[in-house]
Design a protein around this ligand. Structure first.
Ligand code: G6P
Length: 611
């Protein structure tokens, strides 16, 4: 979490940095700050969003063509003016912005205090600044060496950038565990946590890897290891464009991203779903396909919404490809000494490709010899680069903190993967494959048709916008969608919501149902339909307010439910791609009614790069 932007070149650095920080606000938004080099290190920072920082800079411009900036998601120290980044050393010679956690900051701080250092705030980053200062003083080394020596003493993670008033044309950056990339222009270099702040200036990027640093000047950059071994890094060309990271007339990124889904699902299938040939081609896993085909089981690890996609994947892969699947929270996987070895395959799913726990799961599994495959959205992200093989979801940049189009793209990839493996494992017949491939091909148009239900969903949203609790029920493929619907509502509306397998309702949540409780029931026409109808009856008998998501021809459910949103008919296994859409719209509209900050919900961050 936290976003870092830096600039060295010929433009006004504060303009580039503030614009860039706005693009990175999805990573954290409780305080923001900037440091510009202009003979001195000019620091402006404070609590609140980047617009507050922008006002500060407008009131007292910080002129200069070299600078760094930060938008924070607090880990250590409350979000206030003092704890906002950048932080300085005791002499105010340099300024540092940092994403990550210095885990041994407390012991380092005590040692530094014993040597006479005093601290203004509570952050781990300020400790790092003083540590660099202390090392430079005692070891009498140049600044760069002092940074290297300090980084060797810290445990934890960092993506950081530093400017020093004694080195007026230089920025030093370093990375361990928190993403950082350089954007290479003509006589200018950009630094950012992801590509969105730099894409309007250049599409040439260099990704830093862990334990690497770069010394950046106007003329160029030198990447080296923290141990000072010079490296020749590959320059990558990005395919992203600026329109993809703007709102395009929508009031919120989340709504734009909900609407994009018919396109993003189609993009995800392009060149992969071969309808005429009745087959699926997934080039990114071709090399490891035999291993997958012969696998004894597959372990899926992910966090948040990606974990929900993983759960849908479990149903799909087990039903279609007859491949046993276990789905794990990446955070749990890593800490419970997983029984995984060179015979195993770990599939990780991550929109950002930077989630710390998912990345840790990748490393844990690789260390144990397992083959690791990734489903990522962000091209060139750390997880995409550290996995043995992978499939990009091609959903384009997702900016809204609540994930929407990434989820449907992930489920699309998992559906294609299940069909491919089902065919190769010879457990999916031609006719069944054909039915699924045709149904999948039709999903984008069906998703577009659900967008037309917004007014109908709006009536429900208005009615229940102030309900204190919501329950979401689903079975089979749609149980993970119930979890996802509840998560969406919690994330952006701050309404307590629980997703449950419908049958489990009787083991607890039923006690909560009364005339005030909205119960969203995913009741499509499938093999669980009769059972879902019984569950609806049970909710009704307790006066619960049933909001059903069902298929157009399901008259039983339509007659029973107080409110009903219909989706088009599709293959049973693909219904999650459709049932999730009304739930995304419902949570979005409720959040708007409640005047919540849809794209930047409190306390959350899009990319969780701390454990
Ligand atoms: C955060 C985001 C979620 C996301 C989760 C996993 O919690 O707010 O929207 O699902 O991280 O992120 P990933 O990038 O790994 O999919």
């Amino acid at each position: 979490m936290c976003g870092i932007v830096g600039y060295i070149g010929f433009r006004e650095a504060s303009d580039v940095i503030i614009k860039g920080l706005k693009r990175l606000e999805y990573r954290g938004y409780d305080s923001a700050g900037i440091a510009i080099l202009n003979g001195e290190v000019i620091i402006k920072k404070g609590k609140g969003k980047v617009v507050n920082l922008e006002k500060m800079v407008l009131n007292g411009p910080a002129k200069g063509t070299v600078g760094i900036g930060h938008t924070r998601w607090a880990t250590h120290g409350e979000p206030n003016d003092v704890n906002a980044h950048p932080h300085s050393d005791g002499k105010h010679d340099f300024a540092i912005v940092h994403n990550g956690i210095i885990e041994n900051y407390d012991s380092l701080k005590k040692e530094l205090i014993s040597k006479g250092h005093t601290f203004d705030g509570q952050t781990d980053t300020e400790v790092l600044a003083h540590l660099i200062e202390e090392i430079q003083k005692v070891a009498e080394v140049d600044f760069e060496t002092a940074v290297q020596l300090a980084l060797k003493q810290v445990d934890g993670t960092y993506g950081l950038a530093i400017v020093n008033k004694h080195e007026k044309d230089k920025i030093i950056v370093a990375r361990k565990g928190s993403p950082l990339l350089l954007g290479i222009g003509d006589n200018e270099v950009f630094i950012a946590s992801d590509a969105s702040p730099i894409i309007e200036y250049t599409n040439k990027v260099v990704y830093l890897d862990d334990d690497e640093m770069a010394v950046i000047t106007r003329e160029g950059y030198q990447v080296k290891t923290i141990s000072n071994i010079e490296l020749n890094k590959q320059v990558h060309e990005l395919e992203m464009n600026i329109e993809q990271i703007e709102k395009g007339g929508f009031p919120h990124f989340m709504l734009k991203e909900i609407h994009e889904q018919s396109d993003t699902i189609a993009d995800c299938m392009r060149g992969r779903l071969m309808v005429e040939e009745n087959r699926v081609v997934l080039g990114g896993i071709e090399r490891v396909l035999d291993r997958l085909v012969n696998a004894r089981r597959l372990v899926i690890a992910a966090c948040g919404t990606s974990w929900h996609a993983g759960l849908v994947g479990e149903y799909l892969l087990e039903y279609i490809a007859k491949l046993p699947v276990e789905v794990e929270y990446a955070s749990e996987f890593r800490y419970r000494q997983p029984l995984i070895d060179s015979n195993d395959i770990l599939l990780v799913i991550s929109q950002s490709g930077e989630t710390a726990d998912t990345l840790a799961a990748v490393r844990e599994a690789r260390e144990r010899g397992a083959l690791v495959i990734g489903i990522c959205n962000v091209v060139g992200s750390t997880i995409a680069r550290e996995t043995d093989a992978g499939i990009y979801t091609h959903a384009g940049p997702e900016i809204g903190v609540a994930s929407t189009k990434a989820f449907t793209a992930q489920v699309t990839v998992l559906s294609m993967m299940a069909i491919l493996l089902g065919q190769r494992r010879k457990v999916l017949g031609e006719a069944d494959a054909k039915e699924m491939i045709h149904a999948l091909h039709g999903i984008p148009a069906q998703v577009a048709s659900i967008m037309e239900k917004q007014d109908q969903i709006d009536t429900i949203s208005r009615l229940f916008a102030y309900a204190p609790n919501f329950l979401y029920l689903g079975r089979s493929y749609n149980f993970p969608v119930a979890l996802e619907g509840a998560l969406k509502l919690k994330e952006i509306s701050y309404i307590h919501a629980e997703g449950y397998p419908a049958a489990e309702m009787k083991h607890g949540p039923i006690a909560l149902i009364d005339e005030h409780m909205p119960v969203v029931v995913l009741a499509v026409t499938d093999h669980t339909n009769d059972k879902m109808i019984s569950n609806i009856e049970e909710v009704r008998a307790r006066k619960g307010r049933v909001i059903a998501i069902t298929t157009e021809n399901n008259h039983d459910v339509r007659n029973l439910a107080e409110f009903c949103i219909t989706i088009p008919e599709t293959h049973d296994v693909l219904t999650p791609l459709l049932t999730v859409i009304p739930l995304q719209i419902l949570s979005y509209q409720i959040a708007v009614y409640r005047k919540c900050h849809v794209d930047q919900p409190r306390n959350l961050a899009k990319s969780v790069t701390v454990e």
